[in-house]
Design a binder for this molecule. Sequence first.
Ligand code: BGC
Length: 796
Amino acid sequence: MIIKKLGLLGISVLFGLYSTCLAQDDVEKRIENLISKMTLEEKIGQMNQVSFFAVDDKAIAQYSEDDMNTFLERMGIAGGQGQKKPSQMTKAEKVALIRQAAAQMLDNSIIQPVKAGGIGSLLNVTDPEMVNKLQKEAMENSRLGIPLIIGRDVIHGFKTIFPIPLGQAASFSPQIVEEGARVAAVEARSTGVTWTFAPMLDISRDARWGRIAESLGEDPYLAGVLGAAMVKGFQGNGNLNDPNSVAACVKHFVGYGAAEGGRDYNSTNIPPVLLHNVYLSPFQQAIKAGAATLMTSFNDNDGIPASGNSYILKKILRDEWKFDGFVVSDWASMTEMIAHGFAKDGKQVAEISANAGLDMEMVSGSYVQYLPQLVKEGKVSVETIDNAVRNILRIKFRMGLFENPYVDTKKESVLYADAHLKAARQAAIESAILLKNDNNTLPLSRGKKVAIIGPMADAPHDQMGTWVFDGDKNYTVTPVAALKGEYKDVNYVYEEGLAYSRDKSTANFEKAKQAAASADVAVVFLGEEAILSGEAHSLSNINLIGLQSDLLKAVKSAGKPVVLVIMAGRPLTIGRDLPYADAVLFNFHPGTMGGPAILDLLFGKANPSGKLPATFVREVGQIPMYYNHNNTGRPAPEKVMTLDDIALEAGQTSLGNTSFYLDSGKDPLFPFGYGLSYTTFEYSNITLSASTVPMNGTLTVKATLKNTGSVDGTEVAQLYVQDIVGSVVRPVKELKGFQRVALKAGEAKTIEFKLTTDDLAFYGRDLVKKAEKGDFNVWVGGHSNATLKGTFSVTE
Ligand code: BGC
């Protein structure tokens, strides 16, 4: 009878659940069984991750003479007492010595420790033959045959490079993000990488911070939804065991994006309510989505470095969120607690981190060196070690690494597969944001003559952006390359004007200007070299770097319409450039297929649909400025004073005592969520399913969205909410929903968002997440300054 009621689907769901439980039980049994056989040293070995960049023939072939000399001297093979100087050796001699030294290094620092069970994970090994060789040592030549987990930073693509994460976030598309991660996983796994250090879920409200490039923007909801999608993509939608999956690692836990002054690695001072509502929130979503691992961050928050913070690693992560994967430190972030002044030496580092619940140490070796002694002294318990090892083994078992540790080197290559390039192109299209389009300058007509100008028009390396360890610039298709290929019917002239973004020579400005004069329209490609964003690449000034603004002005002086195309790793202060551009298409570094994607957009084959995942400020001094801020008691009025409005010797209070800058006002240049299209959209008729919602109830918010222009387009419709009065001050607006809506020219659709009271819940002073009764505003629109508004109340 029950079976009849459930139907076939029900039975298979039940069976699925049952077999998952069985599988989990089985994993736990296997873990305990293995742990019971492990020596203390073998357990600590699992907690040790070592970086290994193979010095193989391919690497040696790329060494310059200087590199070789340095290698030989550093390794103590040449230049020392009684040794030949590198200058006295032939190249062949040097190569032979380097090979010999590399083999010895591999044996001493990797193979022997792996055989002894002293290494649980390696990072940076990407040669499949080497992966198999080392995995074989672990599986067949170590006492217990525990596979290695091989980590690599596969941040926005492995070989096929997708837009940087901040760009992917601009698509507001979980599908794009999931697909990008899937492609990255398939490519990376095919070379033996089984673990990536992504997604990066640090909320950043500061574009000076170079790592904003790797983030999914300033909003915790957007980052949470997209972070979960990325986890699914990497981990085969929950199937870690899939031979095309890699384990995800959510990072950096936590608060790293709030680095003081945007200076990388800096202290953060995030109080508990903010920490919970903003900085922890995307991590929680990604962990719910099944993220297998998590990385601690470099920063201290309120004086406690993350790698020694038991409150976040135990109380929040394990007790509250029930995370059962493993935690890895960031690169030497454990031993850096000595420089922080939180530990006096490596021994204390190991004690603090182990007791805080940090399972695996990335590269700094203090666990291997000190944990045996700390256990003997009773400062770290065997139970603590066992728990860390359980967490690590759990992921290795779930991934099926014990059964399937090797790479199939015979398989046909999937790197740069056509489908991957196609997905990367689509991601770049959906990630581009149209910021300005006066007089419908865009799209360009294919019959017009175009002057292509600027250092980013043909920059195959820089177009890929930061954190590209494996992508090959020879596969990048730049706009100029696309003009020579797929777009070869376009009549164009190319003058770079500046050779690279920091170039200080104006020597070619005149040629650039003449090129513009000879054409119907100039497209100027400016931005940032890849090296200007990413880790440790902070800037105190985020204008277009170098002389690029001057180049733009010079081109504009030719009198032709100017399209500014930017490729950058962060939001930039481009207010002063806008008057010199009739249209602006902003791309966060778009990756391998950025060139054709941008041309598709410029020539109207595709219509821009990206939206800003972070606020664009007018002046760097406005930072931090973000849409979901709390209100002051004195919010600025709609129109504020400017420097020019102030009378001489004006009275102290005559400007109004509200919160804004005299020189740059109260508003950003472009708000969060903003982005134009070649068509126009109109929102109307907001209706709510009820004016009151009981606790645990659901509200449906509907509105009409119409494409009021003459071309088809896709709009990212956004839902914002304000909890008007709270037990702690609530943000003026919070994103609670978004959807990409495709509309034909003239078409209208009713869009619908569901809001539960859970969606309205937040952490208050007691740090318990709950919704509060009271009145709410709700907006539906195309950006965070949306004005179409409704109101409702939550009741008991
Ligand atoms: C970065 C991490 C990265 C790790 C491994 C660190 O410097 O902060 O994001 O995953 O290196 O390469």
